[in-house]
Design a protein around this ligand. Structure first.
Ligand SMILES: [Zn+2]
Ligand SMILES: [Zn+2]
Length: 179
C-alpha cells in the first residue's frame, strides 16, 4: 500500500518560509509568504457555530493574516463567495470556498481591513495556534490544549480561567489533542 499523504510530522517547519495548500480538487492553491509562521504560535481555533459549520467539525483552525502575504491561485475559476449574514455582530462577512469540491478557503470580514482569515485545513502543516475563541462553546469531550488561552467569545474579550491540573488528577498531557 502506498504511504498515505498528509502526515504533518513529515513536514519540517524549519524548511518552510512559505506554506502552500490546495483545495481537495486542486483548483485553488493558497500560499502564505511569512517566515514567522512556525517561529511562534500563529492563528486560533474557533468554536463558534458558523466556523463549526464551515469546517464540518467541532472546531475551525483559522489564521488572521495580512492580505499581501497571501497569494491565491484559482486556476479553474472555482473560488466562490457565500455572504454570511447570520453573524453575531450582524455585519455580513464573505465565506469563500471552492465551488467544485466545497473546500473552505477564507473569510473576508469588513472590520478586519487589509487582513483575511484563512481556513487552515488545506495546509500540510498547521502552525501551533495562539488561542481559542468561543471557548464557552467548546465541546466538553475534546480536552484542553496546553499553553493556549481561551476567550469566552471573541478574541480580546473576557478570558476563561483554565484549571491547572493537580496531582492525582488527569493531566492536560493525557489528552490526545495536545500539541
Ligand atoms: Zn476545489
Ligand atoms: Zn468562528
Amino acid at each position: 500500500m502506498p504511504e498515505p499523504t498528509g502526515d504533518p510530522n513529515k513536514v519540517n517547519p524549519d524548511d518552510l518560509t512559505t506554506l502552500t495548500g490546495t483545495c481537495l480538487c486542486g483548483s485553488i492553491r493558497v500560499t502564505i509568504n511569512d517566515p514567522d509562521l512556525f517561529t511562534r504560535r500563529r492563528g486560533h481555533l474557533c468554536h463558534c457555530a458558523n466556523c463549526r459549520k464551515v469546517a464540518g467539525s467541532y472546531v475551525a483552525a483559522n489564521l488572521l493574516i495580512e492580505n499581501d502575504k497571501v497569494e491565491i491561485e484559482d486556476k479553474n475559476g472555482t473560488l466562490k463567495e457565500f455572504k454570511d449574514t447570520e453573524t453575531i455582530s450582524g455585519t455580513p462577512l464573505g465565506r469563500w470556498f471552492c465551488s467544485t469540491c466545497g473546500n473552505p478557503i477564507k473569510s473576508v470580514v469588513p472590520a478586519y481591513g487589509d487582513k483575511v482569515v484563512l481556513k487552515m485545513g488545506i495546509f500540510p502543516r498547521i502552525p501551533a495556534p495562539e488561542f481559542e475563541t468561543f471557548g464557552s462553546h467548546r465541546h466538553p469531550w475534546q480536552g484542553l490544549h496546553e499553553n493556549m488561552e481561551q476567550y469566552k467569545l471573541k478574541a480580546g474579550g473576557e478570558k476563561i480561567e483554565i484549571p491547572v491540573a493537580r496531582p492525582n488528577e488527569q493531566s492536560v498531557e493525557d489528552f490526545p489533542h495536545n500539541l
